[in-house]
Ligand binder design. Structure first.
Ligand code: KIV
Ligand code: NA
Length: 269
């Protein structure tokens, strides 16, 4: 890859090789995934996986900007998308523009993501008309956990038509892609066939135009709970704890530091 993809490149990937994406919050994680991902999301999940918050509602603009700047330093090839945190865009389109512009200007992100369908369509259109590429996010929208009544599967039964309407609305409003979170696979497939922009699944369907996971989930670093849609590709949390236990034992046994880690009085002859 010569340059990072632009939102239009992501849009053009509709129906092709699935788009690959992960979240990142720090420079080393961004560096680890840069060559393998089409885009990297600075997700507001940072509040839960790095800061120990009980939900994403406490995430601030300042947290997003600090983590966005760290991720930007680790990316050369992948596009960076940044989440708008709870409370930074819902009041009206002008508030959304002001905060989206700040996120992009201060982090260098190429696009923002916000949660909501029909209700956010006017805001998405307002941002896109003013130069801000928007990725939408519908289905389970964690910032609405208190009105959704938990982290339940969305779009089942009677709620199916509303999810379809949300997908159509964000597409019509000019979003360049849409995240579908925790909805039935047949519904994800139906939406993917219906709208002209890529669908990015998380707990959706392998038929989506792309997939995303929270990197700390897929590496086994975040272990407070595991959603059904998470696949752990590594157990870095367990590996890390084992390493720390080994260090603790060696320190207490005075076997660390060893000869290789300490210094002589004089340079060797
Ligand atoms: O914040 C996040 O990590 C997200 C992804 C799960 C899509 O929004
Ligand atoms: Na998010």
């Amino acid at each position: 890859k010569k340059r990072a993809p632009l939102p239009d490149d992501i849009r053009a990937a509709k129906g092709g090789t699935p788009l690959v994406s992960l979240t990142a919050y720090t420079t080393p994680m961004a560096q680890m995934m840069d060559a393998h991902c089409d885009f990297v999301l600075v997700g507001d999940s940072v509040g839960m996986v790095l800061h120990g918050l009980p939900s994403t509602l406490g995430v601030t603009m300042e947290m997003m900007i600090m983590h966005g700047q760290a991720v930007a330093r680790g990316l050369r090839q992948a596009m960076m998308v940044i989440d708008m945190p709870f409370g930074s865009y819902e009041e009206n389109p002008a508030q959304a523009f002001r905060n989206a512009a700040r996120l992009m200007a201060e982090t260098g992100a190429g696009a923002v993501k916000l949660e909501g369908g029909v209700d956010m369509a006017d805001t998405i259109a307002f941002l896109v008309a003013r130069g801000i590429p928007v990725m939408a996010h519908i289905g389970l929208t964690p910032q609405s956990v208190n009105t959704l009544g938990g982290y339940k599967v969305q779009g089942r039964g009677d709620a199916r038509a509303a999810l379809v309407a949300d997908a159509q609305a964000v597409s019509d409003a000019g979003a360049f892609a849409v995240v579908l979170e925790k909805i039935p696979a047949t519904l994800a497939d139906e939406v993917t066939a219906m709208i002209p922009i890529p669908t990015i699944g998380i707990g959706a369907s392998p038929g989506c135009d792309g997939q995303i996971l929270v990197v700390d989930d897929m590496l086994g670093l975040f272990t407070a709970f595991k959603a059904k849609f998470v696949k752990r590709y590594a157990q870095l949390g367990d590996d890390g704890e084992a390493a720390i236990a080994a260090y603790a034992a060696e320190v207490r046994a005075r076997t660390f530091p060893a000869a290789a880690h300490i210094f002589a009085d004089e340079l060797p002859q």
